[in-house]
Design a protein around this ligand. Sequence first.
Ligand code: FBP
Ligand code: MG
Ligand code: MG
Length: 348
Amino acid sequence: MKILPYQPDQSGMAYSVGVTLDRFIKLKQSDFPFASGELSQLLRDIALAAKIVNRETNRAGLANIGGAFGQINVQGEEQQKLDVIANIRFMRALSKGGEVCAIVSEEEDAVIDLQNNSGKYVVAIDPLDGSSNIDVNISIGTIFSIYRRKTPIGSPIQEEDIMQPGSEQVAAGYVLYGSSTMLVYTTGFGVNGFTYEASLGEFFLSHPNIQAPEDGKIYSINEGLEKHWSLGVKEYIDFCKSKGYSARYIGSLVADFHRNLLKGGIYLYPGTQKNPSGKLRLLYEANALAFIAEQAGAKATDGSQRILEIQPTSLHQRTPLFIGSDTMVDEVLRLIAKSNQSISAFNL
Ligand SMILES: O=P(O)(O)OC[C@H]1O[C@](O)(COP(=O)(O)O)[C@@H](O)[C@@H]1O
Ligand SMILES: [Mg+2]
Ligand SMILES: [Mg+2]
């Protein structure tokens, strides 16, 4: 009986698909000596909900799921039908999975207590990011942060379980529903991206160990708000223009962040006199992307401190966000500090 060692096909005739997300999660579990598989299962639950939401976004125009839902959420924003559908889908997947004890969602006023005595994880989620782009077929996303609860499993959910700084995240990620659908996440051991192959119903590793370029030539900011920017921000955008950098702004945080993460660039949503904390939410937008950014060698700040160091005080609190390539974030921080100094010197 002839026995031969397997020789992987070198002909290139059949392209090799990457490792599936499931398999990758299993392989990576060994990074955690005391892993019990619950976080792995939770990541799978999120991937499952992402597949369903992907299907809904793809046919938003057909199935009458575009447009407004007719309710205002706690942010004072008109909810889109897909905001509500995505919220329901992720809530269901997270509650059915059994790993989660509490959820903070952009679409829910209060913390959702899943009354799950065995769940040790808390999830903060932006079920549908970039809502203003849903009906015009532009890339949108989902953003999620995962924490381990602080109080004993089975005991009532406490403030300390929810109000954790981003540095306490055990995992974070986003789904990008764009020309292709991708899931990008970190568990604190680097950042990996997976592309969805709908015909096989699987996410495959397509972007292993993502490293953000140290510098870039792209800046993303809503220039329509220019007159409300601080002097430091104005000086930085003038600096970008003087360098001939490209202005790219999709209006979906996940999509703008993803492009800049891969190509090098910076996304800015500064505070203004009217909204000193800007627009983006700390718990389910900024924290997750800041964890990803730092794990990929990039930076995330509110203009004075690391996003991950901010101690949350309210569920839907907002924060200014400057996130992207190292050198670019350092430059905007330098200009903001310089303009603050000159303003305080002037006021003396
Ligand atoms: O329209 P603006 O003020 O530029 O704000 C756009 C930003 O607001 C957001 O849409 C806020 O997120 P949601 O869509 O989840 O509410 C970001 O995705 C985006 O970057
Ligand atoms: Mg959002
Ligand atoms: Mg949203």
